[in-house]
Design a protein around this ligand. Structure first.
Ligand SMILES: O=C(O)c1ccccc1NCC(=O)[C@H](O)[C@H](O)COP(=O)(O)O
Length: 214
């Protein structure tokens, strides 16, 4: 099985960025959602982005964002991809991909097989779907450390690239990859010591656990 690519989401400091790079993660995520404990402004992301340039991919995470925020963030942080983590439709995903000319990742919240089936509608509109856990109403739509039944996406063969998120941490990520065969894993709270506080040792342990099953 090829090694799964790693994305460390919710990076807001230079130290955590460097830890992700040392761990040979493929991508980091910058959260542009004000209610998140991991939120960064376009200006903060721009500084991190300068440091990341050419060393790791930079994914901007948005929740039903308006065009002004998207344009600010893409321009300031020179993002390599957009991750849409709200209720963005296939039409909106396609519109943003055309406007900004960078890949679009669509996060889909999963609790049942029907949620996974929604991925098909994003073929041709997004470049990748990220299956994540459904979170309780009134909470954040991601980054909550919740997982879902991995069997629902085991060996998923859909019309676009995909990845797995939701409650992944150093202790369970190897098993998640074995069960699902996912080509990409995404974590945020699983490599933190408190909400929004990345832990460099946990980032290293997560990356090592992913490589342990190559
Ligand atoms: O991280 C946040 O605060 C956040 C806020 C709003 C939407 C999505 C958010 N995070 C998404 C992610 O970091 C991951 O893509 C995914 O949800 C996994 O998070 P976790 O379960 O904490 O590993």
């Amino acid at each position: 099985m090829p090694t799964a690519a790693i994305k460390i989401c919710g990076i807001s400091t230079g130290d955590s960025l460097e830890a992700a790079i040392r761990g040979r993660a493929a991508h980091v995520g910058f959260v542009f959602f004000a209610r998140s404990p991991r939120a960064v402004s376009p200006a903060q992301a721009a500084q991190l982005s300068d440091r990341a340039a050419g060393r790791i991919g930079r994914v901007g995470l948005f929740v039903d964002a308006d065009d002004a925020l998207l344009a600010d963030a893409v321009g300031a942080a020179r993002l390599d991809a957009l991750q849409l983590h709200g209720s963005e439709t296939p039409e909106r995903a396609a519109q943003l991909r055309a406007r900004f000319g960078i890949p679009v990742w669509k996060a889909l919240s999963v609790a049942a097989a029907a949620d996974v089936a929604r991925a098909d509608a994003y073929a041709g509109a997004a470049d990748l779907v990220l299956f994540d856990a459904k979170t309780p109403k009134g909470t954040l739509p991601g980054g909550m450390g919740l997982s879902f039944d991995w069997g629902l996406v085991a060996n998923w063969k859909g019309p676009l690239a995909w990845g797995l998120a939701g409650g992944l941490d150093p202790a369970n990520v190897a098993e998640a990859i074995r069960v699902t065969g996912t080509p990409l894993v995404d974590t945020s709270s699983g490599v933190e010591s408190a909400p929004g506080v990345k832990d460099e040792e946990r980032i290293a342990a997560f990356c090592a656990a992913v490589r342990s099953i190559a």
